[in-house]
Design a protein. Sequence first.
Length: 256
Amino acid sequence: MGIYQDYAAVYDASGQLAFSLRMIGYLEQLLARHPVGGRTMLELACGTGTVAIAMAHKGWRVWAVDGSERMLAQARAKEGGDHHALTWLQQDMRLLRLPERVHLATCLYDSLNYMLTSEDLATVFRRVYQALLPGGLFYFDMNTDRALASWDDETYFTDTDALTTIMHCDYDPSRQRIRIHITCFERVGDLYRKIAETHEEQAYPNEQIATLLVDAGFSLEAAYRCFTFDPPDEETMRVMWVARKPLEHGAAVHGV
């Protein structure tokens, strides 16, 4: 069984929702610093849809894409199916194809660390570049090697009456890759249902990420220590990247 199957049903309750809620306000700050010329967007690896729904309510027309049918089912249930500006699509991000080009693309919560080879990461960058209008922006965050190494042999435990979640991490320094073993016990009546998945994340040097972006055609506009506007340093755990698709001749950012 693949990832984000049974885990999808308890994803928000396991503590993951807090990151998405925090990201909504940060995106507004990023857009104030790095404006785009319209209000259509791609939310890539949208998960349970928290950010996509919030942006739709803020007046964006959103294409929300995820590879997991069950995560999208959670997102649709959360949204209620009553927002005409929000479209859900199941696609592998390496095969991304939208019916129209957009002004903004986001890929959040270290989703791109799930691309385990540089070839896969480069493919996603090219797909996003093709999905953007000239002058469009791409925001994404990625965990650094320092973050993944800090989780090695750590076990994280959360417990409520409805759900117990245990995460244990094994880090391979030679590959800069981590395996995250997730075990949940969800209360169902008087019994508990066990959920078990293993996730892998790959770290990449910042210089490599920047090079792959430029190779895909992007102009690198900024890199920040995530949730701040400070430049990343060797202690940074998560980087927010801001890349722009160059304008066509004669166009302006506010008139794309």
